[in-house]
Design a protein around this ligand. Structure first.
Ligand code: ADP
Ligand code: TRP
Length: 324
């Protein structure tokens, strides 16, 4: 029997790709394309819950596609598409909505956090997890690589798939989340979770000078240069570890504990490691920027393939529920 699984994930086009997104979601997602059948999409319907400027939404959506391709997504192996190119998704969202207890959505942390931060919630924001469940269940996905913050949304998805199957018979695949514990939360330059909402990100693309400036701003304690430092409580070291190999990590740990190394040196080493890690991606991105028609064509081919699979599941759902 083949070990190939259908893997699906999505990313909102709501900002610029940062180290948290890359290590938490994009890198593990791209690695999976070698052994599995992957479907990755740009969650532009989800981004609409924040009512972005239309031109900005369009630009950011295309940017996510370019980012994925620059970081190694192979469109021959992986289906890359825009969520809004799949008309079956809102249809399945409605069917799932009719099985979703309001209390289940009221308990979602991501929704509660946004409300607590003073955002006046719209209905789309409230039902965000149902749309996400439809994204996943639409293609019979087995595995969903996401960051830890999406764990609860995956639980909602599983719950809805089970509710559907109990109500109407085995129709939907109950998916598993794939969360890499070692990179569960990438810290930002202020030590909180790296997130575009906290203005603490280090981007993967963009001017080198700006990136260096951000790295130099990473918050550290005030241990003087000559004294030994604790690598395990240092944000610079936490980010360095994501990019360095074992020998480099051990050497850097040694420099911390020996004393005599200032945080400025650690930051410079991190900046150099960053450039080494992302140089090829950065160059590939510049090339893709010059070939936007190619990127559009990849998205259109991806959407065609995704619609084929989606249509099959939607037909089964409609039949099971008595809609057809
Ligand atoms: P942001 O928090 O910047 O708004 P998103 O919520 O759009 O990022 O997240 C996109 C993907 O990247 C999700 O799968 C999410 O779990 C992952 N991700 C985002 N930030 C981090 C982080 N700091 N560490 C690990 N994964 C992250
Ligand atoms: N909610 C996810 C995030 O903010 C994005 C997303 C939308 C998603 N639909 C999805 C992720 C389906 C995985 C599967 O990161």
């Amino acid at each position: 029997m083949s070990a190939t699984k259908r893997v699906l994930s999505g990313i909102q086009p709501s900002g610029t790709l940062h180290l948290g997104n890359y290590f938490g979601m994009m890198k593990p997602a791209i690695e999976l394309q070698e052994e599995n059948e992957c479907f990755y999409f740009i969650a532009d319907y989800h981004a609409l819950t924040q009512t972005p400027d239309p031109a900005l939404l369009r630009e950011r959506s295309l940017n996510v596609a370019i980012d994925f391709l620059a970081c190694g997504l192979d469109p021959e192996k992986t289906t890359l598409f825009r969520q809004s190119d799949i008309p079956q998704v809102p249809a399945l969202t409605w069917v799932l909505s009719c099985l979703t207890p309001v209390g289940l959505l009221e308990r979602c942390h991501s929704y509660k956090d946004k409300v607590a931060r003073g955002i006046a919630p719209n209905h789309g924001l409230f039902t965000y997890p149902v749309l996400m469940a439809a994204d996943i269940l639409m293609y019979g996905s087995h595995l969903v690589p996401v960051g830890k913050d999406q764990k609860q949304h995956l639980e909602v998805t599983r719950d809805l798939a089970i509710r559907f199957n109990n109500a109407y018979g085995e129709t939907l695949v109950v998916p598993d989340a794939m969360i890499r514990d070692e990179v569960a939360v990438v810290p930002g330059i202020d030590g909180q979770k790296m997130s575009k909402s906290y203005d603490n990100t280090v981007e993967i693309f963009g001017p080198e000078k700006k990136i260096r400036k951000k790295i130099m701003k990473i918050v550290t304690d005030s241990t003087p240069m000559e004294e030994p430092k604790d690598p395990d409580t240092c944000n610079v070291f936490a980010i360095y570890k994501l990019m360095a190999n074992e020998a480099e990590i051990a050497a850097m740990r040694e420099r911390y504990t020996a004393g005599g190394m200032g945080y400025g040196h650690a930051k410079q080493a991190l900046f150099e490691k960053y450039l080494e890690t992302f140089a090829a991606f950065r160059q590939r991105r510049d090339e893709l920027e010059q070939n936007l028609d190619e990127v559009e064509a990849i998205l259109e081919r991806g959407a065609e393939r995704a619609r084929e699979v989606a249509e099959g599941y939607l037909n089964a759902v409609k039949k099971a529920t008595g809609l057809r």
